[in-house]
Design a protein around this ligand. Structure first.
Ligand code: CU
Length: 357
């Protein structure tokens, strides 16, 4: 009878563990999967994912987490109390010099600091073990292609928040429990990631139906930011001559630009948005093209005529969710014509303003 009861209890316990997706404690170390970005290809035009899937992971002391970096993301654990370091910073030396527009005039930002990718964000931090302290960083993926998964072994119990240093607010948590505590199986984590991504995609598809206010163009429309629309709403807008259009960032995690000009000219800015410059003290510095980083004109953008700066160049510089960068820019269109613009951060993120009499 006792034996039977034990068996019965064992069977019930086994069933409930299976239902919760938990594995009983075992000797072999677990490698829990997390995707930075979409856990599988998105296959929706202009849609990207700026989240960790699943956003919460539970492992035992001695287990690892394997972060697949699917997109331009980092996986970064910070020392307690430290704010995430910024992605783009002004270079300490090396001011901008000799940048001329198509009409041969110097741009206002000559003499301003070059903006560079923060080497603290770009470079991997080395260690692949985390004991709950210090800075542990995957670094930025190289342009050559997706990096190998970033595998971190956790050696101390605790609850650890990690960040993507590219997309503010993109974070996840790894909870590390004692060696004999139950934790979810790899299969359970993978299913949780897909379920979270599906839910985020559903939210994004609803956000795609946005109807912006009159004479307003939204750069992205991302809700809480787990997904990002790398497109303008609307992609094409027609206004009467003399109209002021407001271009607004609608994203907490992405940055965009509004850059008018001939396709060859803006395309070149996009291609060289970050360019490696030799640095005798270490790895090459990634310098952000000042034509993309800075607004083309200060203190505000002048009316757009299609002939600004000799070739129709006029740009917002980087728009971001919060200070010190602006999140919106206004441009008044004064001459009938069809004008293309693009975001020089995101290839394929293009728009058109048609100005009528
Ligand atoms: Cu963009």
């Amino acid at each position: 009878m006792i034996l039977q009861r034990r068996r019965l209890f064992g069977a019930i316990a086994g069933a409930s563990v299976a239902l919760a997706g938990l594995t009983a404690s075992s000797a072999s170390a677990l490698v829990a999967p997390v995707a930075a970005g979409p856990p599988k290809p998105v296959n929706v035009a202009d849609l990207d994912f700026n989240g960790f899937f699943p956003s919460a992971t539970r492992v035992r002391v001695g287990d690892s987490v394997s972060f697949s970096i699917n997109g331009f993301h980092t996986v970064s654990f910070l020392p307690a109390g430290q704010a995430p370091p910024p992605l783009i910073i002004p270079a300490a030396s090396n001011p901008i010099t000799g940048k001329l527009d198509a009409a041969g005039a110097g741009f206002w930002f000559n003499g301003q600091p070059n903006q560079v990718i923060n080497p603290v964000v770009a470079a991997p931090s080395g260690a692949k073990k985390y004991a709950g302290k210090g800075y542990l960083n995957s670094g930025l993926p190289a342009p050559s292609g997706p990096p190998k998964p970033f595998v971190v072994k956790f050696t101390k119990a605790g609850s650890y928040t990690y960040f993507c240093l590219v997309h503010p607010g993109m974070k996840g948590v790894v909870k590390v429990v004692g060696k004999h505590r139950p934790v979810p199986s790899v299969k359970f984590d993978a299913a949780a990631a897909l379920a979270q991504a599906r839910a985020a995609r559903t939210v994004a598809l609803a956000l795609r139906k946005v109807k912006p206010a009159a004479n307003t163009v939204l750069a992205g429309n991302d809700g809480n930011g787990a997904t990002a629309w790398l497109r303008f709403f609307p992609k094409s807008l027609s206004v009467k001559s003399g109209t002021t259009v407001e271009f607004k960032l609608s994203s907490k995690r992405e940055v965009h630009t509004i850059t008018f000009g001939p396709a060859a000219y803006t395309g070149e800015i996009e291609k060289t948005f970050t360019a490696p410059v030799a640095n005798p003290a270490g790895p090459p510095t990634l310098v952000v093209n000042p034509l993309g980083a800075y607004p083309s004109d200060v203190p505000s953008l002048p009316p757009y005529t299609g002939a600004n700066h000799g070739n129709g160049f006029e740009g917002s510089g980087i728009l971001a969710a919060g200070p010190p960068l602006p999140s919106a820019v206004k441009i008044t269109f004064t001459k009938p014509g069809v004008y293309s613009y693009e975001c020089v951060v995101h290839p394929g993120m293009d728009g058109k303003i048609t100005v009528t009499k």
